[in-house]
Ligand binder design. Structure first.
Ligand code: CA
Length: 227
């Protein structure tokens, strides 16, 4: 089973995450400050690191920056709500994913499973994403449904790509907004609903499929059991 390093200075949160991970069968280790976390991560032997940003000693972004000089170990950043710049910086510096505190443990576990499956770096970035008869060729920037090409705008494409990359994970409107529209649109979550509607017109309605599902009070998800 995978071994996960939890770098988090808030004892209660660290303990809670550790217990949940152990309950799922993961091995765990933890560090309560950035410098110890970096030393442990560099010593190897871990399959994934959960890295808080606000840490004593070295902050999480600095830990990540130094780690990436020698290691491509998968890293999921834990960020505070509204710290959009931290998320952007973290992804720029090579984090594999991030999750906003406070988070539901189920979302964290889902992100860990996805990140471990990807084996760290974004190897599928130029590949094909698919679900429910829809195929996205990321590099060629084309989408087909049931073999027929569908024209999407840049934002529609980015939204669909984000949903396909996180298949079977419910993404909140805030998460989609941050990933697809970045920080220019903070607070305007209805823009997400509008673009989901556009995608549904072009895909679900046009081809009679059930692609994008609404999870009431939470967000949107594309469900598909095929890999
Ligand atoms: Ca902290």
């Amino acid at each position: 089973m995978a071994k996960i390093l939890v770098v988090e200075d808030e004892e209660k949160i660290a303990r809670f995450i550790e217990l949940e991970l152990q309950h799922e069968g993961y091995e765990t280790d933890k560090a309560a400050d950035g410098r110890t976390g970096l030393e442990k991560a560099e010593s190897g032997g871990y399959d994934l690191m959960l890295l808080d940003i606000m840490l004593p000693g070295l902050n999480g972004l600095e830990v990540l920056r130094r780690l990436r000089k020698s290691s491509s170990m998968p890293v999921i950043m834990l960020t505070a709500r509204d710290a959009v710049m931290d998320k952007v910086s973290g992804l720029d510096m090579g984090a594999d994913d991030y999750i906003t505190k406070p988070f539901a443990i189920e979302e964290l576990l889902a992100r860990i499973r996805v990140t471990l499956r990807k084996g760290g770096r974004q190897e599928n970035v130029s590949g094909v994403l698919s679900a429910c008869g829809v195929e996205m060729h990321v590099a060629a920037h084309t989408v087909t449904c049931c073999g027929e090409e569908v024209a999407l705008t840049t934002k529609e494409f980015a939204l669909l790509q984000t949903l396909l990359e996180n298949k079977n994970i419910v993404l909140s409107r805030e998460t989609l907004l941050t990933r697809v529209w970045s920080y220019d649109y903070i607070g305007e979550t209805n823009v997400v609903d509008v673009y989901v509607r556009y995608l549904r017109q072009k895909l679900d309605d046009a081809f009679g499929i059930k692609l994008i599902q609404t999870v009431r009070g939470v967000g949107y998800v594309i469900k598909d059991e095929t890999p």
